[in-house]
Design a protein around this ligand. Structure first.
Ligand code: UDP
Length: 250
């Protein structure tokens, strides 16, 4: 699949439909290697561009992913600044829904790791009602080192086709990367706060905002403490602009 680099991160430039078809293929492909994908927003790009050891490690994790999608309007604008070919967002929210739907059609197993205990339980309950043919299991995401071993044992025993990890970045990508071979799940994805949304306790932005790329504004209004995180967006765009200017002047 075609790629476009933004600040050193190789984003897949395929359209949503091509990406989801590729992921469905990977999901069904039991004999192949375990794969993981990252749905990356400007925050992820920015936290992988520092020189600290943690940032360099995180960047290496991203570079080892089987596919990185543009999750958020910020990445699309960044691509435009670079005259790039990213055309549409391929969000974790849409992928999560469509992949679970596919698992339902095929009676596959889905494991959800992350979020507070009550949200994880409610998400599993809602999903099981809505997608009765898929088989769900979950575990909340507030665990210490010892309990982490129990989570891994639980996942291995369950043998999911799809592993959705909602621990926030970079925790979720690190968990997937560190345990990819051991857990041996055909497809793993970090899904941020999606388990909270699936629980029904946290709402996603209205469709009109999702379609116009203003979901970030909804999140800002409903969760004002995200302001610090959202200020990363203008920093990201300035940094991409600087990359463009460097390219022109070189
Ligand atoms: N979370 C978790 N364990 C932790 C820290 C966070 O399970 O140790 C969960 C948290 O409850 C939330 C998700 O991880 O469900 C992170 O959500 P956030 O909105 O920060 O993620 P984003 O979608 O912005 O990446």
């Amino acid at each position: 699949m075609e790629q476009q680099y933004i600040k050193g991160i190789p984003f897949c430039s395929s359209k949503y439909n091509e990406v989801i078809n590729q992921l469905k293929d990977w999901l069904s492909d039991k004999r192949e290697k375990p794969r993981f994908i990252v749905t990356a927003n400007p925050e992820i790009v920015m936290s992988a561009k520092e020189t600290s050891a943690q940032s360099v490690h995180f960047k290496n994790i991203l570079l080892s992913a089987d596919l990185i999608t543009a999750d958020g309007i910020g990445v699309i604008i960044g691509s435009k600044i670079l005259n790039g070919q990213l055309k549409e967002r391929v969000t974790g929210a849409d992928l999560t829904h469509d992949l679970i739907d596919y698992c339902n059609q095929n009676r596959y197993r889905v494991f959800l790791f992350g979020a507070a205990p009550e949200n994880n339980e409610k998400a599993i309950e809602n999903l099981q009602t809505r997608f009765p043919h898929a088989i769900f299991q979950g575990r909340h995401g507030f665990v210490d080192k010892e309990q982490m071993e129990e989570v891994k044992a639980q996942i291995k025993q369950f043998q999911p086709n799809l592993l959705l990890v909602g621990l926030g970045s970079p925790k979720q990508e690190m968990f997937i990367y560190d345990n990819l071979q051991e857990l041996n799940v055909p497809l793993s994805i970090g899904i941020g706060g999606m388990i909270d949304i699936l629980s029904g306790n946290v709402k996603r932005a209205p469709k009109v905002m999702r379609d116009t790329g203003t979901e970030w504004l909804y999140r800002l209004i409903t969760q004002p403490k995200r302001i610090k995180r959202q200020l990363i967006l203008p920093k990201f765009l300035l940094s991409v602009l600087a990359e463009r200017v460097r390219k022109i002047t070189n």
